[in-house]
Design a protein around this ligand. Sequence first.
Ligand SMILES: *Cc1c(COP(=O)(O)O)cnc(C)c1O
Length: 446
Amino acid sequence: MSDIPQERRVLTAIPGPKSVELQARRTAAVAAGVGSTLPVFTARAGGGIIEDVDGNRLIDFGSGIAVTSVGASAEAVVRRASAQLADFTHTCFMVTPYEGYVEVCERLAELTPGDHAKKSALFNSGAEAVENAVKIARAYTKRTAVVVFDHGYHGRTNLTMALTSKNMPYKQGFGPFAPEVYRVPVAYGYRWPTGPENAGAEASAQAIDEITKQIGAENVAAIIIEPVLGEGGFIEPAKGFLPAIARFAKDNGIVFVADEIQSGFCRTGQWFACEDEGIVPDLITTAKGIAGGLPLSAVTGRAEIMDAAHSGGLGGTYGGNPVACAGALGAIETMRELDLNARARRIEEVMKGRLEEMRAKLPNGAVIGDVRGRGAMIAIELVKPGTKDPDAAATAALAKACHAEGLLVLTCGTYGNVLRFLPPLVIGEDLLNEGLDILERAFATL
Ligand SMILES: *Cc1c(COP(=O)(O)O)cnc(C)c1O
């Protein structure tokens, strides 16, 4: 980790004058379609801190969207990626291969659930991994239909926009979308009409009914689900839902794909979130936390499925770039050495304890409709007091109040009413608590 003091420091307004100046240049030069949560320009980052160009130090509850789980300048990532950078930057694995790529695939085979023979293919972004999982599943099953779920998020490319549930901002005006994609219900416990205790059984029955009646199970190549839904609002499918869907896929020769791009690599206190219900996916997509901030993604799965695509059918110029692979090996080394699964579980304990306390203590505590998530993937869903009506305005106001005090938080959710917390797993407990203090004070501004 770089030597950034692990202390919050607010010296100027946030954003400060230098950030404001850079933001003006950015507005003139960068396309408007690329947004930013907080227009504070980064100078350096590491551990639980982001230091900006004005010298402010923000507490990081975002990890660049669940990416820098080992911190944004982890020693092993920097060391290994720097050494690789000096040796060679690129050959293209499809032209002349290199060991780092193979080693990442070996690690993925060890770390992902199941003791069957596994193989992997590496790509650059999460969306690319999901697209390739679909290609592989179609090649293996010789079927075309793909089933996804309400509130699901799988990326911004054309096929993954089709797979993604939410229109604004991801899809609006960008169609037409890829065909043969079908969306079915998910067990969203907090909002399930007959209550969370019934959601697992009822939602899986509904989903299976729609698949068999509307698509025909024999036409389905893949069922793709996030074991904890990320952008859709940190929704943990109610107990029993995932096993029922996985069993249905198995019984019908459908490739079951766990999209663990956000939930994987220790984020939920397990290497992969699907382990909590003992699910062994046929294919698993990973990205985000895999490489300590360097762009890398993977599809890993049963060898016979992974080998279904013909030679030359998968790949890409940069897929499994050697520097990114070195970063991944450094990130995995860090996760093992520091036992970041245990750290994630400790973060859950601290965060959920404090958030439940806030809910009980605040006079307007009823605005916290739900506290949920696992490990260091925790969220609160905000509603209008005494109802379950989503309160996106309160969510935005809270995020803004936190930002002003030097705490970076992100929002998410189909209704824009979820405040999500994704701290680096290496964040110190003092910073974690200080961040929660800021959040608690922010509620007073509502
Ligand atoms: C972020 C994300 C993606 C897309 O990853 P990109 O690297 O942004 O293309 C896909 N699936 C899930 C679950 C994600 O969280």
